[in-house]
Design a protein around this ligand. Structure first.
Ligand code: SAH
Length: 491
């Protein structure tokens, strides 16, 4: 997958969680001397891993990031870059391999920027993720460790082929072939990837048809340097319970030559239900264009989770790991502890996935989402499931909730939030605190911002952290999803 952050940003974040104290003390402990010179070699024990999957080791209070190492490795490294309180070093030799080291099954594992933890035993991946969340809640959230009641992280029985969505950049190989793959870490160089082991098997079939078609008709892939060429990306989605497939070609134009032929070839793939174009003529890193032009079928597919049916468009957010999503939403629902009759707000609701889970048990549910297409899907999903007790608002959660509270006297017995990585907006947290629901269920994809927001809710907000459970939505990658229950202590 594309990495949008620079290495320094990722390192900075790792430092803020993992080695916060070393920042001030490192230089003073060394008496102002540099930690090491470029090209210097030394041995290092890898103690932790950063968000981009590099190993982290410490030496005289200084933090080193070493790619291709895992927790528990003892390694020989050579310094490549020295910054103020941390640096980068290259792996020269593994002196003693970690007992958690495994051989990675994917031949592209080292080059591709997607999976960063393939070398680490899955059990250890789970342990590390849970520890990251615990660390964030104590260090950033200020919650004493003995107050955190954490059930074991939800892992997967089979941590492969779990993704229902894949986005492949299209480009050319050095020898001029049209290729699909993934971006190398922190770059836009395409690593040709035969069969990604996180994705469904159909990905390869669909890509083969598209690549052959492009070669046959001489249709050029997009070139980021020149801004010329037509095909930028291919998005593929699969409904795991419905078996339905969606293919969407992101193009630098408004029409596609010989599209009828492409459609008839793709339609031969069992399950293919939706073929569309996404128009993106901007010279930007943003992958999807906002306009979707249908080529065949409806511009969406259907899927269901635990009996709730969902419509999924190319532009809508939909959790990528359906097996784990069911566990995640089930936990959120049990934390909401609905008896019937409650008013529940589901903020950052996407296509209403959590909202509809809640609506089966609540009096009424109000969802808020910023992407208009997702709101349209959310409304269609409510209809699809014959649920009349839900209403969706398009807009920013931090604007819609304050407005509905102030101007329409809206109330909340329970509030669920599921924000993007940057966490909740302060204006939203303030309104939530004023509305004073009995319970707040926080679903988070970023432990640091979760902990920052929990600190506010637990401090001036008057809430207490009651339950925490992590869910591994992204085996082989560093991300971890967490569900937290906060209950109101003051009235
Ligand atoms: N709960 C949903 C979506 C979670 S992802 C699910 O599980 O599927 C976060 C969602 O927040 C995305 O759909 C994104 O479009 C939306 N979003 C981002 N910023 C927002 C904001 N300021 N206000 C409301 N929604 C926002």
């Amino acid at each position: 997958m594309a990495k949008t952050e620079s290495g320094n940003a990722a390192a900075g974040r790792a430092l803020s969680g993992v080695a916060a104290d070393s920042r001030e003390t490192a230089a003073s402990r060394r008496g102002g001397k540099p930690a090491a010179q470029k090209n210097e070699e030394f041995n290092l024990t890898i103690e932790d891993m950063s968000d981009d999957g590099s190993g982290i080791g410490r030496r005289t209070g200084f933090v080193w990031f070493v790619k291709d190492t895992v927790v528990g490795d003892v390694v020989r490294v050579r310094v490549t870059k020295v910054l103020k309180s941390y640096g980068y070093a290259r792996l020269m030799k593994i002196i003693t391999p970690s007992r958690h080291r495994v051989s990675e099954p994917c031949p592209a594992a080292h080059e591709c920027g997607g999976c960063t933890l393939q070398m680490l035993d899955y059990r250890e991946q789970l342990r590390m993720k849970q520890e990251k969340v615990l660390n964030a809640l104590t260090r950033i959230g200020g919650i004493p460790a003995d107050e955190i009641k954490m059930k074991p992280i939800f892992g997967m029985d089979n941590p492969w082929r779990y993704r229902n969505k894949a986005l492949f950049p299209i480009g050319k190989s050095r020898d001029g072939r049209i290729i699909a793959g993934f971006y190398a870490a922190r770059s836009h160089r395409i690593v040709e990837c035969g069969d990604c082991l996180l994705g469904v098997r159909e990905n390869q079939k669909i890509l083969r048809v598209i690549l052959d078609f492009l070669e046959e008709y001489g249709i050029e892939p997009y070139d980021e340097e020149t801004g010329k060429g037509l095909v930028r990306h291919v998005l593929i989605r699969k409904g795991f319970s419905s078996g339905e497939l969606l293919a969407c070609l992101v193009i630098n134009g408004r029409s596609f030559p010989h599209s009828g032929d492409l459609v008839s070839r793709l339609m031969l793939i069992p399950g293919m239900k939706s073929i569309s174009l996404s128009v993106n003529t901007a010279r930007t890193n943003v992958v999807m264009g906002k306009e979707i032009l249908p080529l065949a079928g409806e511009p969406y597919i259907e899927d269901s989770i635990a009996g709730v049916r969902y419509r999924i468009s190319p532009l809508s957010f939909y959790q990528v790991n359906p097996v784990q999503t069911e566990k995640l939403y089930g936990t959120a629902l049990s934390y909401a502890d609905l008896k019937g009759g409650e008013t529940v707000w589901d903020l950052y609701c996407g296509i209403g996935t959590i909202s509809l889970f809640l609506a089966r048990k609540a009096g009424k549910v109000r969802g808020v989402e910023i992407v208009p297409d997702a709101v349209r899907d959310a409304r269609a999903n409510a209809e699809l499931n014959h649920m009349e007790n839900v209403e969706f608002f398009a807009g920013k959660a931090e604007e819609v909730l304050p407005r509905e509270y102030r101007e329409h006297g809206e109330k909340a017995d329970v509030i669920v939030v599921d924000p993007p990585r940057k966490g909740c907006d302060r204006a939203l947290l303030d309104t939530m605190i004023r509305m004073a629901p009995k319970r707040i269920v926080y679903v988070s994809c970023n432990p640091s911002t979760l902990a920052r927001d929990i600190r506010i809710l637990a401090g001036e907000g008057g809430y207490r952290l009651k339950k925490v459970r992590c869910c591994d939505m992204f085996p082989m990658g560093m991300h971890v999803e967490t569900v937290v229950l906060m209950s109101r202590v003051r009235d």
